[in-house]
Write a protein that binds this ligand. Structure first.
Ligand SMILES: *[C@@H]1O[C@H](CO)[C@@H](O)[C@H](O)[C@H]1NC(C)=O
Ligand SMILES: *[C@@H]1O[C@H](CO)[C@@H](O)[C@H](O)[C@H]1NC(C)=O
Ligand SMILES: *[C@@H]1O[C@H](CO)[C@@H](O)[C@H](O)[C@H]1NC(C)=O
Ligand SMILES: *[C@@H]1O[C@H](CO)[C@@H](O)[C@H](O)[C@H]1NC(C)=O
Ligand SMILES: *[C@@H]1O[C@H](CO)[C@@H](O)[C@H](O)[C@H]1NC(C)=O
Length: 456
């Protein structure tokens, strides 16, 4: 993405500037744009909008403050035929800067700069310059970034903006499944709770640790039919035949109706409890708006008429070509010396947890074998969507990936494990996350201490 190229230019320019320029930091920051060195080295089409100096603790992102002083550069880059991407770059004061650069992405429909994420990366003590962008469109001009049925979203009608949203960044797109929405088929929260509890009763202890978490859901063989209602059984403690069919459909993931080909990965055992999101809200926020705005250009399009064979082809042609980023051909990235450390929660209610496993396997086959010298996937047992899952407050939800990435990129030491800490329940539990297909095995005494596990 152009942004990152620009940012790298800026950083190399500034490294040269720092010795030659004896003014105080604050003054340097405010006159940055006037310096000839800056102007000569900046990407020609980028526009410098303003710079602001923040002493330590002066910048407030929802009650988190910058721990070290920084110079904030605010700029824009034109793209496409008539579009603009806005970005922010934070440069830590010397001597806090360690020649490291980190770009923060967006979630969902993007369209805004994520200052909270930027600040949490800026404050890691690793001495990073941090950048973030709005991904080429503004949430404010797009229903504040909220999709909903019948709502016009201008950016989905502009090919350049759609492409900048996802295509020009490293990202995965989740085609949310919408499940049929009738009281007969829709699984209630009580039924979802029943399912997760039954699954945990059967599979929690497969790894030898009793903690109400499944270490490897692929080793769990749970027969959902054991929850089928028996004659005269109260349906609050069992599943009716149509509910069983719904549950099986979500576990299986969506398939083409004509040839049965898998369209999206299955949802994992142990993730059921937050499936209410799959049963409506995610379709309303993403799938239906994308169908109505981008694919059919018709705000009254009825998503219930979607044909799971012919319409899949239309969807792939009109949206997939612009936003699918799942090619296994990462040779340019690998050949540049890039390292990818991917993590995914097994109980993520937004993304099917097996998706990155499939992607890893696709990349391995593309490269004919082992790719662990540059690509490693860490699955998080009981982990949610980029953090904690609501039913697993005992599971550590801070993943110490950045330190591992730094060791890998700068010293060539690949991560053999990743520490996780800080569960929402406030306990001191830590765990060891392992490079897939390895999982953590308890070898010591304390199942709440990462040090007592090995990856194997
Ligand atoms: C920091 O920002 C929050 C709103 O995000 C505000 O409620 C709080 O008062 C601010 N704190 C200070 C010290 O300015
Ligand atoms: C370019 O974009 C601006 C702002 O969105 C808009 O006002 C203008 O009409 C556009 N021009 C063209 C030629 O599309
Ligand atoms: C599901 O059905 C309920 C009740 O008929 C309705 O209020 C809701 O909007 C529907 N949700 C979706 C996503 O279709
Ligand atoms: C993979 O991508 C590279 C760089 O874009 C390209 O040169 C190469 O032909 C691609 N390989 C395959 C098998 O598509
Ligand atoms: C967590 O560890 C700290 C430091 O060792 C200790 O003071 C605290 O009591 C522990 N908290 C819990 C909930 O065990």
């Amino acid at each position: 993405m152009e942004l990152f190229i620009l940012a790298l230019f800026l950083l190399s320019s500034l490294a040269h500037l720092s010795n030659a320029w004896p003014q105080p930091h604050q003054q340097r920051c405010s006159t940055l744009s006037h310096h000839p060195f800056f102007l000569q080295n900046t990407h020609s089409s980028a526009k410098f909008l303003k710079s602001t100096y923040y002493p330590a603790k002066a910048l407030n992102a929802t009650n988190t403050f910058n721990e070290i002083p920084l110079c904030e550069i605010y700029g824009s880059i034109p793209y496409g035929s008539n579009n603009t991407l806005t970005f922010v770059l934070w440069l830590p004061d010397q001597p806090h800067y360690n020649d490291r650069f980190l770009a923060v992405g967006n979630g969902g429909m993007a369209g805004y700069i994520d200052y909270v994420q930027m600040l949490s990366q800026f404050n890691t003590g690793l001495g990073v310059a941090v950048a973030s962008s709005d991904a080429g469109h503004s949430a404010l001009l797009n229903n504040v970034g909220m999709g909903a049925p019948g709502v016009y979203l201008p950016y989905l009608h502009d090919r350049d903006q759609v492409q900048a949203w996802i295509h020009d960044a490293i990202s995965l797109f989740t085609p949310t499944a919408k499940h049929s929405n009738t009281t007969e088929t829709k699984l209630t929260q009580a039924e979802l709770n029943l399912m997760t509890n039954a699954v945990l009763d059967v599979c929690d202890e497969i790894d030898g640790v009793k903690d109400r978490v499944i270490e490897d859901p692929l080793k769990c063989h749970f027969d959902i039919d054991t929850l089928a209602c028996k004659p005269n059984q109260q349906s609050t403690t069992c599943l009716t035949p149509s509910k069983l069919a719904s549950a099986k459909a979500i576990y299986a993931g969506p398939r083409r109706s004509d040839n049965g080909k898998e369209l999206y990965a299955p949802f994992a055992l142990g993730s059921e409890i937050e499936w209410a999101l799959q049963e409506g809200p995610l379709a309303s926020a993403f799938s239906i708006p994308i169908l109505q705005n981008l694919v059919y250009d018709d705000l009254s399009y009825d998503a219930n008429t979607f044909n799971w064979a012919s319409d899949v082809d239309t969807l792939d042609a009109r949206a997939g070509t612009l936003i699918d980023e799942n090619s296994p051909n990462l040779s340019t990235y690998r050949n540049c010396g890039g390292k990818l450390l991917v993590s995914q929660g097994w109980a993520d209610p937004y993304n099917a947890a097996e998706l990155p496993i499939r992607h890893l396997q696709d990349i391995q086959s593309f490269f004919h074998g082992d790719i662990s010298d540059w690509y490693r996937l860490f699955m998080v047992p009981g982990g949610g969507h980029c953090g904690a899952a609501s039913y697993y407050p005992q599971v550590p939800a801070t993943y110490h990936v950045l330190e591992k990435l730094v060791e890998w990129v700068e010293r060539g030491v690949p991560p053999e494990s990743v520490l996780s800490s800080g569960p929402p329940d406030g306990s001191n539990t830590t765990r060891k996350l392992c490079p897939w297909p390895q999982t953590a095995s308890l070898v010591g005494r304390d199942s709440d201490d990462a040090a007592d596990y090995v990856c194997q």
